[in-house]
Design a protein around this ligand. Structure first.
Ligand SMILES: [Fe+2]
Length: 429
């Protein structure tokens, strides 16, 4: 009974707002309108202006396609693409849509091949997305077939521009994009290069989940250090990110679209939380201890003052380094109220077996059911439910008011403000 009602509410409950009615609240720094999370028209414009606009989108790691003929399915925004390595070693990204009748021709998530053949009419493409063969191109017995002026060169797959840095592959629909380095800005590149330092990567595994929330909520979540000290019992009790530790919420100072949430864990295994802070944090559980304390071990392997950096690289990449667990999360928008999260966990090729085991053990913090991932998933679902079905129409962003950009305090929303200032510029709101 309850479920049926929920389904009906879901169908009826979407608040759609046409673009003409999208007006940002007057105090634009401190309020976010609900329609950024709920409107189909806004979502469609985001795909055009952001994901197909002037952005570098994460698509894969080079370690996933090391050899000629290797390929992987991926997404740019909501658009399915294939990332492939050609015979000459080049990396190519093209839409997973046959140039003939639009079929999503590549059906395996990963593999090795000499060519791509569409299952529908067997048009075939090389590893760079060029059309190779069209069956019965000249017809049969001089009847049918393609017109004389049909040129394979005019019917290749839609190709994207590609850039890589230290084993990470990005693609863009836009021509004449600035370099990845310029795009990411020096502040963000600094911590990106700590994880991607040129050492060959070893993929350890994948997670994939759908989240019933707008894709921007995940960016906000990782530009919101306030929640990290409150929602996540694990971070608080075990001292991984505690109000009072040395921390920073860095926003890139060029655009405000990227961010790095960073913190330095103290040496002790469990957090030393002041009585004053304990009172503020309901998620602090005195005396909570782990059965297996190896989980909290931090092998110092990086040249960085931070034990954790969570980076949001606009528009679709999260680089996660929490002690020794490393990974990327790929955001795939899936309508205004849904997104896919594709997690790739990795270590380095030269890791010892012991280090690999340690990374895998610590990796339980992450993923759809990770000690941290789980709580964020649920919180974002609750927000989407709230904004979708209620009569109020704005969110409040008043922590550390008037401040936009990098903050040294965790009790701040200044990085979220920076992101929306950028977003409004790109979207024309
Ligand atoms: Fe979180």
């Amino acid at each position: 009974m309850y479920q049926t009602q929920a389904v009906i509410q879901h169908k009826l409950g979407r608040k759609d707002t046409e673009l003409d009615d999208c007006r940002w609240p007057e105090d634009g720094l401190h309020f976010i309108p609900d329609w950024v999370y709920t409107s189909q028209s806004v979502y469609d414009l985001e795909l055009e202006k952001i994901f197909r606009g002037r952005s570098w989108n994460y698509v894969a790691l080079e370690a996933e396609i090391p050899n000629a003929g290797d390929y992987k399915r991926s997404y740019v925004g909501a658009t399915p693409v294939v990332v492939s390595r050609a015979e000459d070693g080049s990396i190519n990204v093209f839409e997973n849509r046959c140039a003939h009748r639009g079929a999503e021709f590549c059906r395996h998530s990963q593999g090795n091949t000499k060519e791509f053949v569409c299952p529908y009419h067997q048009w075939s493409y090389d590893l760079k997305g060029n059309l190779q063969g069209v069956p019965f191109k000249r017809g049969v017995n001089r009847a049918g077939g393609m017109p004389k002026d049909f040129r394979n060169e005019d019917h290749g797959l839609v190709k994207l521009n590609v850039a890589t840095r230290n084993g990470v592959i990005f693609a863009s629909y836009a021509d004449n994009m600035e370099s990845l380095e310029e795009y990411m800005t020096p502040e963000i590149l600094k911590d990106f290069d700590v994880v991607f330092n040129g050492k060959p990567l070893k993929v350890l595994g994948y997670y994939k989940n759908e989240l019933p929330c707008n894709w921007k909520m995940y960016h906000e979540n990782l530009k919101d250090p306030y929640h990290a000290t409150l929602l996540h019992s694990f971070l608080v009790v075990f001292g991984l990110l505690v109000a009072g530790n040395e921390s920073a919420m860095i926003a890139d100072s060029v655009h405000g679209r990227h961010g790095t949430m960073a913190s330095a864990k103290k040496e002790d295994k469990y957090a030393a939380v002041s009585d004053e802070n304990k009172k503020e944090m309901r998620s602090y559980h005195e005396g909570m201890r782990l059965e297996d304390e190896r989980f909290l071990e931090y092998v110092k392997e990086f040249d960085s003052p931070w034990s954790v950096t969570m980076q949001t690289i606009w528009p679709n990449l999260i680089v996660q380094r929490e002690m020794n667990t490393l990974g990327v999360r790929h955001i795939v928008p899936n309508g205004p109220d849904s997104m896919l999260m594709l997690w790739t966990m990795f270590g380095y090729e030269d890791d010892t077996e012991e280090m690999t085991q340690h990374r895998l053990r610590q990796g339980n913090l992450m993923g759809p059911a990770g000690f941290l991932g789980l709580e964020d998933n649920e919180a974002m679902k609750f927000v989407q439910e709230g904004v979708r079905r209620s009569t109020t129409d704005v969110n409040v962003l008043k922590l550390d008011a008037n401040h936009v950009g990098t903050s040294n305090s965790l009790i701040s929303e200044s990085a979220i403000r920076a992101m929306y200032q950028y977003y409004r510029g790109v979207m024309g709101f």
